[in-house]
Write a protein that binds this ligand. Structure first.
Ligand code: NAP
Length: 272
């Protein structure tokens, strides 16, 4: 089974932009809530801190699912594998559970970095590999170029944005999606429909949003600094949204609220 759907791993705890005491306290709250999947990246500058918190927690290694992502500046033969080794050293691991390409390269030629990713997998530096911020075309190319299964395309995914094209590409290529900006950085709370639906299940607006994402077949990454939100975001497995409520939420995707745009992230690709 895909690693992000094993055990608790479909509810990952994101660590961007956390550092220092805020990161440590948030991760400790996440571990106490039951999270075992953690998402970091070379770009976040917090791999060593994430590794230190996990080491101090004393959780058996095999219970954890640690994801990191290669910075696009390291997509060269000279730097790629060395940068992954640096990440492993910082994290205090012999092998990362999932290694992602953080962004497609500017210009969109994905083949060279995908071949380097495959090498990291072949050398045992990463148990699983995947991509992030890939378009439909890139997902198809990745499927054709890489031999190992690609366990995810981590993308912006929440109910204020229609990602049907990526969902169709996930079904076609066998590369499942995982979410970031799952509560649209708080934007979902401006729409009363999620809390209204939640009232029928004894759940909060955030829990309804996250449950909708899971029922779309997409694994979650959430980030919060508040223990009550951290616990709530993990506590989404004991209810099922009805098809009527799924459709009401689906209708919200027409809002078209995209957080990661070329304006906010100049290296972002042309989204589908
Ligand atoms: N691959 C990529 O390019 C990429 C891009 C962006 C992010 N990510 C990953 O995805 C993770 C999550 O994404 P994100 O942090 O950008 O977006 P997000 O989870 O949509 O937003 C995080 C914000 O939402 C608030 N929040 C979270 N849960 C809440 C709840 N239950 N109720 C009320 N407010 C809540 C948090 O505030 P409080 O602290 O006050 O709870 C925080 O400010 C990141 O940490 C990172 O690991 C990946």
């Amino acid at each position: 089974m895909n690693i992000y759907f094993q055990k608790t791993h479909q509810r990952g705890f994101g660590t961007f932009p956390l550092k220092g005491a805020t990161l440590r306290q948030a991760m400790e709250a996440a571990l106490a809530a039951g999270y075992r999947a953690f998402d970091t990246a070379q770009m976040y500058g917090n791999e060593a801190e994430v590794g230190a918190v996990l080491a101090a927690a004393g959780i058996p290694r095999e219970a954890l699912c640690i994801t990191t992502k290669v910075h696009p500046d390291n997509y060269t033969q000279a730097r790629f594998l060395a940068s992954v080794e640096d990440s492993l050293k910082a994290l205090g691991l012999a092998q990362v559970d999932v290694l992602l390409l953080h962004w497609p390269p500017v210009g969109g030629d994905v083949a060279p970095s995908l071949r380097l990713l495959q090498q990291a997998h072949d050398r045992g530096l990463a148990r699983n590999i995947g991509v992030s911020n890939y378009t439909v075309r890139m997902m198809r190319e990745a499927r054709a170029i890489v031999d190992a299964p690609l366990v995810t395309n981590q993308v912006e995914f929440h109910p204020l944005l229609n990602q049907d094209k990526l969902l169709a590409a996930a079904a076609e290529t066998g590369i499942p999606l995982s979410s970031y900006a799952s509560v649209a950085r708080g934007e979902v709370f401006k729409h009363p429909v999620f809390a209204q639906i939640g009232a029928g299940y004894g759940k909060t607006a955030a829990q309804v949003v996250l449950r909708w994402i899971l029922q779309k077949g997409v694994s979650l990454n959430t980030m919060s600094t508040r223990p009550e939100n951290i616990r709530a975001n993990f506590d989404v497995m004991d209810f099922t949204l009805s098809s009527v409520d799924m459709a009401r939420i689906e209708a919200m995707t027409r809002t078209g609220h995209r957080i990661v745009t070329r304006k906010s992230v100049p290296w972002a690709p042309d989204w589908d």
